[in-house]
Design a protein around this ligand. Sequence first.
Ligand code: PGA
Length: 253
Amino acid sequence: MRKQIAAANWKMNKTLEDGKKLLNDILSGVGSLHEHQQVIFAVPFPYLIQCNEMIKGKKNLYISAQNCHHKTSGAYTGEVSVDMIHSIDIKYCIVGHSERREYFAESNAMLAEKVNLCLAKNIIPIFCCGEPLDIREAGSQNAFVEKQLEESLFHLDQEAVQKVVIAYEPIWAIGTGKTASSEQAQEMHAHLRNVIAGKYGKTVSENISILYGGSVKGANANEIFSQPDVDGGLVGGASLIAEEFLQIIAALK
Ligand code: PGA
């Protein structure tokens, strides 16, 4: 079975003290995970080292960065490179979250560079894609998301692309409380798997985990995750509350 993942995206929330308490509360409630299940915490940069210490030795738990820069190093004040993230033993990095695309003008081409840098250092990119509301209303979401994959991932070879985790996050469902229906999620996930199969073959497409993101919470995780092409979730708001996130973890296939 391909990896089933509950990924928390803390975004720009929590002080160090509050974050450690949240992580501790989740760690003490999480129980043992199946071989194919993973739980990932994308925490703010200043907390990466300490949070990584807290999960050390725990099976199938990982800490992730929320972003990285698209250049290797240099005069980019305030930015964080993939090499830096790698040097503190972080194994995952979110790439192309819609908030980064929108507020920091991240383009598909720039995200392709980030994906390359991550993979070169054995950091797994959690690559986010998803359409805005007007595109959904016009019914052109499939082509829109397909283009995001084409321009940021499809230069990769078979071996490399299988390492990427994809997160489908319709922008209109992020932080709005308005979740995509499980049918809408399944439809897009199946479409993306088809597109990947067209480019790389069915075996590759069956190996890639595709997470759903956008107002996932304890109460809807079961229904969404039970869809055959949904392999877990990337969770913002509900990942900041231990009981909610524990329920979401428990909903993994
Ligand atoms: P949300 O955020 O769960 O608060 O909608 C999801 C995300 O942005 O990854």
